[in-house]
Design a protein around this ligand. Sequence first.
Ligand code: KG4
Length: 342
Amino acid sequence: MSDIILGIESSCDDTSAAIIRDGVLLSNVIASQDVHKAYGGVIPELASRAHQQNIVPVVSEAIHRAGISKEDITAIAFTRGPGLLGSLLVGTSFAKTLAISLNVPLIEVNHLQGHILANFVKQPDKDVPMPSFPYLCLLVSGGNSQIVRVDDPLHYEILGRTIDDAVGEAFDKCSKMMGLGYPGGPIIDRLAKEGDPERFKFSKPHIPGLDYSFSGIKTSLLYFVRDQLALNPNFLEENKADICASFQKALIDILMDKLIKAVKQTGITQVTAGGGVSANSGLRSRLTEEGLKRGWKVYLPEFKFTTDNAAMIAIAGYYHYLNGERTSLDVAPLSRMEAFAK
Ligand code: KG4
């Protein structure tokens, strides 16, 4: 008999549901929330309300597109955290209720583990190359910037993490301050393609070990733009592409310096990336280039699996399911990473 897992993701501002059968993706539906655009960032209360509106249609659509009926579901995997508490509460409550009504097991998933395992979502009629273990994952999103050593689907160790802002946050906040829009990552990525990455220089942080910091470079960009605008009110408009290209290059340099260090320290040369910032075209090219230059094997997730999606939650849940793990129905969501035992 096949194992059919329904995955539910609601940690931030995307409501998503996916169905996988024996590890193969049958459907992956994502409802993004445009309501936050007007505010230049995610408003938690509005996110929770939008999840409440979206969750039933999104799950129904995922079941429909997969060509199954809800009674075929073997287990329900859901994001327990980390993320926005109100958003997580919607997905968690819905998953529990459906698990009770279908009388199937519930499986909690750490959102970050989902990003780490995004490369393992198999697709019908598509041969996707997958890393073997161990490998290093550069996990870069709006809330996290980490280098993770992955020893098997269920065991991993965080080797380095940001001590302040996440890299996605640096993209988003700087874009907002420059009046470019939200979310900043894709906007800066697009503008950077037309600019000169060597035109402006930003100082790099000096953080020991494998930890990151993005707060200083964010502030240095903002002061730089402010000072230039005092001299020339059109500075931003005239130099937008070069600013974005130079800023993006500086962020990528910071990410890559520590990743190179992590490969040297661990001797692990298989590298993946995950999280929304792994959609960045500059970062993807740089990972590929460094891989060729340094003899790494680089695996990049498809674009649709880089940002928040339930396919990655379903695959992570599938591994927990195979391992015999089940979650109690009195489970509560966790907003912070540290709250997870592993
Ligand atoms: O993983 P994700 O969807 O949500 C979490 O934070 O969990 O990541 C969202 C982040 C945002 O900061 C967004 O600006 C960034 O990913 N992002 C990008 C790109 N696409 C999304 N950053 C740089 N370049 C992109 N192309």
